[in-house]
Design a protein around this ligand. Structure first.
Ligand code: GAL
Length: 414
């Protein structure tokens, strides 16, 4: 249900601001960070806020990628019971802001315009006011490989698809499940967008940012679907509904060789005390070149008790999220890198340091790209329509020609 429709329902029901009375010191926070690494990361914020004297009411809605959490959020807002803050990111920030249910947090954002990369700073604002506080930068286009299994088959991290399939065949020949995945739409989509990226950053931009019809129905896009189909043949049939972190655990425990996943998966390796270069290898996805698909989580802050200004707790929450100390510690657990400029990378591991250096290179090379899957490139309706096409293709024997036609149509969803 689109945000606009929700607000209509709210006004009709006169429920706009019937929020249950909550004290200024209560902070109800809606997110979906429930895996090992995610919970440890958000636990840093909970502890920080409790130390400042606020009561933390955790409203965690399990389900990687956040679809279930967004449904719960819409229900809460319709019920006139919006949380103090929720993980909303990318264009969705503007959608919620346009419904006049968010509070500006300019009082927390002194200096942010120089503390954030310009393209991220812009996303955090609506109508010239800051309405969102960013946590970190996750890189989406990573491939994680179990190091023991890689050494066992005498393989190396693939940089091209032929190298990837050669490694997958080595794993298969050694009786190892080559690719671990979870059969959920957002995970299907994460893999597919990695393959789109392998056609080049310019192709990714034209296809998934510009939604260019010619690009979406091009021979290269046909090749993307064919490659995706081939990767699928190295996955197990029991993946339907599998949570992403259980697929990560398969690679951590040597039950599978590789996983395509954003670097929140690294938070699971770290949480299991696994070390990069020793227990696992992190590599940019095959064919990525300098391509870097980014995903920036952020909190927006909802009007409470009919107030049009942020409460003291909301301002404190926003300030804490963007503080250098929190930016460092959150990302150490979450597997991401700080979004705030100038935070030292000294305490971070080799994969995070590579993410940081690759990010700087991608920004310079104009190959720093918003992830479609993770809400950075399009609004919900368009991204959802495209996700439906991709997940239908990956869960049926649909041919590539039909998928291209469906993709072009889906991209016209507004
Ligand atoms: C993404 C989110 C990440 C991580 C991932 C898996 O959408 O931005 O922080 O939580 O889902 O749940």
């Amino acid at each position: 249900m689109k945000v606009r429709a929700i607000m209509g329902a709210l006004c009709a029901a006169g429920l706009m601001f019937g929020t249950t009375a909550s004290h200024a010191e209560d902070l109800t926070v809606l997110h979906w960070w429930t895996s090992g690494g995610e919970a440890k990361a958000v636990g840093v914020l909970k502890t920080d806020m409790q130390k400042q004297g606020y009561t933390w009411k955790d409203y965690a809605v399990a389900g990687g990628g956040g679809a279930a959490a967004m449904t719960a959020l819409k229900t809460q807002v319709i019920a006139g019971n919006a949380p103090s803050a929720a993980d909303i990111k990318g264009p969705l920030i503007q959608e919620w802001a346009s419904q006049d249910v968010l509070v500006p947090i300019d009082a927390a954002a002194a200096g942010w315009s120089k503390d954030l990369p310009p393209e991220i700073d812009k996303i955090m604002k609506a109508d010239g006011h800051y309405v969102a506080a960013p946590f970190s930068v996750h890189r989406v286009n990573w491939l994680y490989i179990n190091k023991q299994l890689l050494d066992k088959v005498g393989g190396k991290a693939p940089t091209t698809w032929p190298e990837f399939f050669a490694l997958a065949d080595k794993f298969k020949a050694a009786g190892v499940q080559a690719v671990a995945a979870g059969g959920q739409p957002w995970q299907d989509m994460t893999l597919w967008e990695d393959v789109v990226l392998s056609q080049g950053a310019a192709f990714y931009k034209k296809a998934l940012v510009d939604l260019d019809q010619k690009t979406l129905t091009s021979p290269q896009m046909a090749q993307v679907f064919d490659t995706t189909r081939k990767i699928e043949s190295y996955m197990d049939n029991a993946r339907t509904g599998r949570d992403w972190n259980l697929a990560t655990a398969m690679v951590i425990n040597g039950k599978a060789g590789m996983q395509f996943m954003g670097d929140w998966a690294k938070g699971e390796f770290s949480n299991a005390n696994k070390k990069p270069g020793v227990d696992y290898v992190c590599a940019p996805t095959p064919g990525a070149g300098t391509g870097y698909t980014f995903n920036v989580d952020s909190f927006v802050f909802f009007k409470e008790k009919g107030q049009s200004a942020a409460t003291a707790g909301q301002i404190a929450l926003a300030k804490t999220i963007m503080s250098p100390e929190f930016q460092e510690q959150f990302s150490l657990y979450k597997g991401s890198i700080p979004v705030r400029l100038g935070v030292s990378m000294d305490k971070f591991d080799a994969c995070a340091k590579k993410s940081y250096s690759d990010e700087q290179a991608a920004i310079k090379a104009h190959t720093y790209l918003p992830s479609l899957t993770h809400g950075m490139a399009q609004n919900d309706a368009t991204a959802g329509a495209i996700t439906d096409v991709v997940t239908h293709f990956m869960n049926s024997n649909e041919d590539t020609k039909s998928a291209l036609e469906a993709l072009a149509k889906a991209a016209q969803t507004k």
